[in-house]
Write a protein that binds this ligand. Sequence first.
Ligand code: HAS
Length: 554
Amino acid sequence: MSTAIVYQPEQRLELPDGQRRLIALTIYLGFAALAVGVINGLAQALSYAHINIFQYYPGMNSYYQGLTVHGVFNAIIFTFAFANGFVTLTMARGLNRKVHSGLLIAAFGSLALGSLLAAFAMFSGRASVLYTFYAPLQAHWTFYLGLVLIVVSTWITSLNLFVTLRSWRREHRGERIPLLAFISVVTYVFWDISSLGIAVETVVFVLPWSLGLVATTDPLMDRTLFWFTGHPIVYFWLLPVYISWYAMIPKQVGGKLFSDSAVRAVFLMFLCIIPIGMHHQYMDPGISSKLKFATAILTFTVFLPSLLTAFSVMYALEIGGRKRGGTGLVGWFFALPWSDPSVAAQVLAMLVFLLGGITGLMNASYSMNIEIHNTTFVPGHFHLTVGTAVALSVMGIAYWLVPYLEHRKLWSRGLAQAQAWIYAAGVLIFARGMISGGLAGMPRRTAIALAPYSEPSWHLAGIITAVGGSLMVIGALLFFLDIGLTVVIGEREEPAEIPFTETIHAPATVGWEVSFDHLRYWIAIAFVLIVVMYGPFVATHIPLASVGVPFKRF
Ligand code: HAS
């Protein structure tokens, strides 16, 4: 460690005020969406304990309407808005230059308009199709158009990253792309390719169908295109958080990142291993078992980048903990700066993600999947992942990010700390309920509070789910309170710095590792793998449009 090499842009990021405000607006739109989603989540959690409060939600007329609002606002609008704002900022910080203002405005406009259209469709009861919006369920065209615009906002954001990178490269010929900028841009290249499935599904299949331009649609092709994106979307939620875990948290705990190359390799692995969406279709007819088997194998390889992340981030935390006086096998862990709510929230999110990862492994195994598919085990898994590894990390990031964007102090560090622990405790209880219920066959996406049937083995699981879910809602509301008060009445302060870590090993300037920066090679590998995995399905699929699901008039 004595030979540590520092690699970080030295200057402080001077972002024009207008750009800072737009990034803030984008992120706040995401937080507003999270608030709407979370409030609707309470009714979902209580329903498992046979408590029916759906009728108290204004404008909500059915369980599925509420569930759609919960899923779309939390999993699509919140996550995309945060990614657009945060990754634009990390790109600017990584290259120490401003981004393109016009593209920033266009991305925000597209996101805001898309969110309004989708919200209109959902709140007016014309889009109770859940956040997995494939056929045969059909929504009003405004819902699909809204989602198209939301995805377009991510593409505009990508364009902004590419334009900014290109102008940096012109001035830094032959230099390696700085790590923070590299992982930011790879996140969006990965998403651009991943989103092609949902783009085709929406524009070619469900949008014309919902407009009545075509009479029927092909549900299996539609589902397959959806899941082509529907799996990698989870890493689009996760990778902005990985940017923080890799490039920011080590600095916040006083540690350092071990290896620049390892981080680049992790992001490139995600970029290459896109086509595993069929693990959501293990139970679908019309897909060969050989393809399902190949998908299972490839799904297990996607554990690798997350395991590498676990070891790299843990090592960075350990360096920080030991510097702060922690000794022994686990002493360093308790020596971390737990009083910093940004650190506490994110480290708790990492610990919860260990369980999220294990449950993902169980989902991915074909024989286990038969047992848990369409049960509450699955929402148990994804509240440990997107619901906490992502959402709680974003809350932790917000505890330095919002003060940075507003030039104000966080309103209450104590409240922030309490919310992180309450939320983490809540999700562990919630997931315990969902997972045990799921193993006993408790179905997901079912209004248990209204169902005329129930199994005795679901009762305790349902109560645990409701208790944990309520704690999560309380934790989230405390977050909104603290962040809202920070924005409105937080004490003014000098603009803070964006935390940005050093790496022990600088990026290589010769040898094979330099090829990491040649993104076209990795993009080519991604496409080859996509053809290998999806080619056989497309080549042998018998279109079902002629006997498919008919257009319905709203
Ligand atoms: Fe998943 C279903 C498989 C990860 C989200 N997943 C879902 C759905 C969602 C979702 C939303 O194979 C439901 C979709 C729907 O509505 O139907 N998932 C996986 C696998 C992984 C995985 C193999 N999922 C995620 C992530 C998500 C997410 C991440 C959101 C962000 N998932 C599945 C499958 C299904 C599925 C099937 C279909 C189920 C069905 O039948 O319907 C893997 O990528 C997980 C790898 C993760 C790890 C954990 C690494 C841990 C880290 C933390 C480090 C901790 C530190 C602290 C540093 C291996 C990086 C350490 C300190 C100490 C002191 C210890």
